[in-house]
Design a protein around this ligand. Structure first.
Ligand code: F6P
Length: 522
């Protein structure tokens, strides 16, 4: 079963949406709330302890229904089935797209080239479990027989961003191992990271799906040279492991075959933290937590696969985003997690979203005449409020926002948490309500600044009508993180399907790499 090949702008739903946009583009959300007192609950979806409130969007029932029609007309249902069942929907690389199989513990076989991949996935998970258990409990030791104290993940892109983001996000659950990440080919990044490390007690995890990536190989060789200043070639077997599909290249590097964790070409780099690429996550928080993380992602997979589009969290988020991207011509979206633990989430999702959907030819290979991939950026609240939120509130651009909040803080301080969450709610309210001239008038009068009213009125007025989604989650657990990441993975998938592009290649990254090689030859 292939993905359908439909120009979304040629669908009936798109024409309806275009006309509907022309008629409703100036409608204020405040009016929509006034008209429907139940708007908040009508536009709220629940999935386990996730609550998605999408009421503060410039949509009404007709918008919503037409967006759902767009998903139906562009073959989303069939596309989801094709992805989960292992069809080679990554057509340009002739590969299946099965990061979802890495977290599917059911007994249902998944076939790639007529071979069930489930046993290999299970065997690799069991290898990750054994290895991480034994490093954490001190049974596996470094070359001088001392237990490990530090772990250094060497990789870039999908072989860095996912593990780094998840290790940071799950810091609360971390054990005694200190995790470090080297990605940039900038030597200063390498030397700064290793300068205080002891080679005897440091485990190096070299992660590269292809094992040909210049940055990772250069960094790994530099680290190996530093290691060999103290140790011997035979000692590499104790302190170095690798994660790759390219077993030969890893062996050539000097890593013992026992220390190689396999990967598969049916897992894209930016979707690979669920595989052995997540080894550093398992080392950092223990296998049980890593397993909960996978389970969470699988729960979101099941929700995505089996829930009707109108109640399907990834589908609804994707459709709302298309509404702004393709009709309001919004170019960017801002992501605002209200927890410091998710500081790296926007950067991680930039790769997921922008490497996947930054495409300008459709599935026919023809140039596209509509907008595709959104630009995503962001930072944690409340820090963001003191940095860039001014532009979101009062700038000229329409920037839809996703607010992500947790109902329970991990360290249990209710004073801080009340303030944190009050800020989240305050921001979403300010964005959609804005502030009218009348309100500014009253405010200045009350502040005894009547004489300033004329001067300040235009500057203190907020147009409002700025859209946002609010996702509330009970608590930042490994399971919740798994569900959250899978939510955005599927949102990205849905958008790629509707935009009629291939979301799982990344040829755009290659040209710069090739040209850099020419400069090195000079
Ligand atoms: O940036 C391009 C890319 O191919 C990413 O998709 C990938 O995550 C990264 O490079 C690293 O690749 P590898 O794991 O093969 O070293």
């Amino acid at each position: 079963m292939k993905l359908k090949n439909i120009n979304p702008t040629s669908t009936r739903a798109w024409s309806t949406l275009q006309q509907h946009f022309n008629e409703t583009k100036d409608v204020k959300m405040q009016e929509l709330f006034k008209k429907n007192p139940n708007r908040k609950s009508d536009y709220t979806l629940k999935f386990d302890d996730f609550t998605l409130d999408f009421s503060k969007n410039r949509i009404n029932n007709q918008t919503f229904n037409s967006l759902i029609d767009l998903a139906k007309e562009t073959g989303l249902k069939e596309a989801i089935e094709a992805q989960f069942s292992g069809e080679k929907i990554n057509v340009t690389e002739n590969r299946a797209v099965l990061h979802t199989a890495l977290r599917d513990k059911s007994n249902t076989p998944i076939l790639v080239d007529e071979k069930n991949i489930k046993p290999e996935v299970a065997a690799t998970l069991s290898k990750i479990k054994d290895f991480s258990d034994n490093v954490i409990n001190g049974k596996f030791k470094g070359y001088t027989n001392k237990p490990f104290t530090d772990v250094v993940n060497i990789g870039i892109g999908g072989s860095d961003l996912g593990p780094k983001m998840a290790v940071e996000a799950l810091k609360f659950y971390q054990n005694h191992l200190k995790c470090h990440f080297i990605s940039n080919v900038d030597g200063d990044h390498v030397y700064e990271t290793i300068k205080n490390l002891n080679p005897e007690t440091t485990l190096f995890v070299i992660v590269s799906k292809t094992f040909t990536t210049q940055e990772t190989l250069t960094n790994a060789l530099t680290v190996q040279k530093w290691f060999l200043e103290k140790a011997t070639v035979a000692d590499i077997a104790h302190n170095f492991v690798a994660v790759s599909t390219n077993l030969e290249a890893v062996k050539d590097f000097g890593i013992s075959p026992n220390n190689i964790f396999p990967m598969w070409d049916w897992v894209g780099g930016r979707y690979s933290l669920w595989s052995a690429v997540g080894l550093t996550i398992a080392l950092s928080v223990g296998y049980k937590n890593f397993d909960d993380f996978l389970t969470g992602a699988n729960q979101m997979d099941v929700h995505f696969k089996n829930t009707s589009f109108d109640k399907n969290l990834p589908v609804v988020l994707a459709l709302i985003s298309i509404w702004y991207n393709n009709f309001f011509n919004s170019e960017t979206e801002v992501l605002l997690p209200y927890t410091q633990y998710l500081e790296l989430l926007p950067m991680y999702l930039q790769q997921t979203i922008m490497e996947s959907n930054g495409k300008s030819v459709d599935r026919n290979g023809d140039a596209i005449n509509y907008q595709t991939g959104t630009i995503v950026w962001g930072s944690t609240g409340t820090n963001a409020q003191h940095a860039f939120m001014q532009l979101v509130h009062q700038g000229t651009k329409l920037i839809p926002a996703d607010f992500i909040g947790f109902l329970e803080p991990l360290h249990g301080d209710s004073n801080h948490h009340a303030k944190l969450m009050a800020n989240l709610y305050g921001q979403t309210e300010a964005l959609y309500k804005g502030k009218t001239k009348g309100e500014v008038n009253i405010e200045l009068k009350l502040a005894d600044k009547t004489h300033d009213i004329e001067k300040l009125l235009p500057f203190k007025t907020f147009a409002g009508n700025k859209p946002s989604n609010t996702l509330l989650i009970q608590k930042l657990t490994p399971n919740a993180l798994g569900r959250l990441i899978a939510l955005y993975e599927h949102k990205t998938f849905v958008q790629g399907v509707i935009w009629n592009i291939y979301s799982f290649d990344q040829f755009g990254v290659e040209l710069g790499k090739e040209l850099a090689k020419n400069y090195l030859k000079c």
